[in-house]
Write a protein that binds this ligand. Structure first.
Ligand code: NAD
Length: 570
């Protein structure tokens, strides 16, 4: 049973409309219209992802509409961004200590409502409660706490000592200024942890945020808005805009100052095109096709447990899912057997079943995409060792966790993102072949290497083309808020989490102060032939390949004296 939410925008199909008030009295764009709410979900064909008026929260275990949220009108966007700009001006004028204190209030608000948060996430995404707590609530709490403590040191101005001899009389430093209004466009699969880990650094750096949660998880998005309100951030500083991809595209049109997009490669490409047209800087966190390299000396018990967890956590719908496994030939049979045995033990069920380890897939169309990849793989010689079937007895979107072998890079299953509960295992002759295959992908998000020799593992990790590589673990680095997260190639660009992620939220400004303000600079106008010679001597004195030549330059033509004692300055 979904716990009662304070979000008044939440519409429970059996609920009493008149009992529900505005979600935030300040946000007219998400203020719901009581008349429109007279439409009952029962009168709509199910499931309904979103229409122009409402965004539906749907339980993927049953396809039932859990709640309806008023959609943000595209016409309201200019006023929304205007309000965000006004709120941002005041917010960025507040001290960093003030902003950090607000972050700590947010941390406490999340903690106080941790059960609600986990329940809403589980119900809306279908993920097991354990995962909602560990991968989402814990990560959001840790990030918020971490940045409240680290931001003062990381956003402090930094001195820039001068290297060039001619500029030593100057003092320089960098300052970190907010971008202004940052758009955070989020996916459905980690609907709480991902946006919170982007909103928090945006806010502490002095930005306002327009959050567009996925249309598949509007309830979690609304809950984030409530937590922001509970933490007493200024009105309009964070606005939650409910809608589908067309709303995301329209947000780009009103010109936010930076975009943090997390989602699929195809949507990312459209965002990048839009950013390119408007010259909006962006961070793109896109899909992955993460490789796992298992060497012959690896502990196969541990590696197989990791493969099964890494491949099937969140029902395989994680950007960091293990999708491709390259295992050395000598141990391949044993490793595959262990993976199959462990996969067969997994319990499927809805999030309401607290013992379930795998939930449903988010929607039927995603399930069908996975089935299509499996079909093509089998037609081209792959073998499904376990799984691959729908579990309609459990609900409309359940698919058995699946282990596939006899695969190669000619099939979609090894090339395209699968984003479902499938691990594909290919035996390889050597570590070299495994590295070559791991790198044979347009994606470059993350990877892992499994070996008893950590040093060898780290060497291989350095050679794998990915934003992160773990040795003897999978995906867990994402929970380390001090570690940078991001991809290369088709997995996107830029970084979130860590200091690098915080610095994505700021514009770097360099300030330079001359310590000899009354002295005209020797490189200013009043050029003469003598000055050109002196300039040449200076370069030789500094960079000639031997000390002998440098001293010779000093002696020749009075060295650089003509530069130091300028006579013809104008
Ligand atoms: P998606 O691309 O369908 O949607 C993501 C968000 O973008 C949603 O809010 C959606 O409404 C919005 N959107 C869609 N089209 C848009 C457009 N043209 N302009 C602006 N916004 C638009 O992705 P999804 O199905 O929600 O998420 C799954 C994908 O996200 C997978 O590919 C997964 O690998 C990836 N992902 C990546 C990371 C990462 O950190 N790299 C993390 C989580 C998920």
């Amino acid at each position: 049973m979904l716990p009662p939410l304070r979000a008044a925008a939440l519409y429970k199909p059996s609920g009493d409309l008149s009992a529900q008030g505005d979600w935030r009295h300040s946000d007219s764009q998400i203020r719901y219209n009581r008349e429109k709410m007279a439409v009952t979900p029962q009168s709509l064909p199910m499931p309904v992802a979103s229409d122009r008026t409402f965004v539906d929260s749907i339980d993927p275990a049953t396809n039932e509409v859990i709640a309806r949220y008023p959609a943000t009108s595209l016409d309201d966007l200019p006023a929304i961004i205007e309000r965000a700009r006004n709120a941002q001006k005041e917010w960025s004028a507040r001290s960093l200590a003030h902003r950090c204190a607000a972050l700590l209030r947010l941390r406490d608000a999340i903690y106080s409502r941790r059960d609600d948060v986990a329940s809403v996430i589980s119900r809306e995404t279908g993920k097991p409660r354990v995962e909602a707590i560990l991968s989402e609530v814990l990560l959001a709490l840790d990030t918020t706490d971490f940045l409240a403590r680290q931001a003062p040191a990381w956003l402090r101005p930094e001195r820039v000592p001068h290297h060039n001899l001619a500029l030593r009389a100057k003092s320089g430093w960098t300052e970190f200024h907010p971008h202004g209004v940052v758009a955070v466009i989020s996916p459905w699969n980690y609907p709480f942890a991902i946006p919170v880990a982007q909103i928090v650094p945006a806010l502490v750096a002095g930005n306002a945020v327009l959050l567009k949660p996925s249309e598949l998880t509007p309830g979690t998005g609304a809950l984030i808005g409530e937590l922001i309100e509970q933490a007493r951030f200024p009105i309009d500083l964070v606005q939650v805009l409910q809608g589908a991809g067309d709303l995301g595209a329209a947000i780009m049109d009103v010109g936010p100052d930076k975009v943090f997009f997390t989602g699929s490669m195809s949507s990312g490409r459209r965002i990048a095109e839009s950013c390119g047209r408007k010259l909006i800087p962006s961070v793109l966190e896109l899909g992955g096709k993460d490789a796992m390299i298992v060497l012959a000396d690896a502990n196969l018990e541990t590696a197989s447990s990791a493969a099964v967890w890494g491949g099937f956590t969140n029902c395989g719908q994680a950007c960091l899912s293990v999708e491709r496994i390259y295992v050395e030939q000598d141990v391949a049979e044993q490793f595959i057997q262990l993976c199959v045995e462990k996969t067969k033990k997994l319990r499927l069920g809805p999030a309401s079943d607290r013992n379930a380890e795998l939930g449903p897939m988010i929607r039927l169309r995603q399930l069908e995409k996975v089935e299509q990849q499996l079909r093509e793989a089998v037609e081209r010689g792959a073998e499904i060792l376990t799984g691959g079937n729908r579990r309609s007895d459990l609900g409309p979107n359940f698919l058995e966790p699946t282990v596939v072998t006899r695969v190669n890079h000619s099939i979609q299953l090894m090339r395209d993102e699968t984003f479902g509960p499938v691990i594909a295992i290919q035996a390889v002759a050597s570590a070299e072949e495994a590295i070559a295959l791991a790198n044979d992908s347009p994606f470059g998000l993350s990877a892992s290497v499994w070996t008893a020799d950590s040093r060898h593992g780290a060497e291989i990790a350095s050679r794998v083309r990915a934003g992160s590589v773990m040795v003897n673990d999978v995906a867990s680095y994402y929970g380390a808020c001090e570690a940078p997260h991001g991809g290369r190639g088709a997995s996107g660009w830029g970084r979130t989490h860590s200091r690098l992620g915080l610095l994505e939220m700021v514009q770097v400004k360099y300030i330079d102060v001359d310590r000899l303000p009354r002295i005209a600079k020797s490189w200013w106008f009043g050029y003469t032939a003598e000055l050109a010679v002196a300039a040449g001597s200076l370069v030789e004195m500094l960079f000639a390949p031997s000390w002998k030549k440098r001293f010779a330059a000093l002696a020749k033509n009075h060295g650089a004296r003509g530069l130091i004692f300028r006579r013809n300055l104008i």
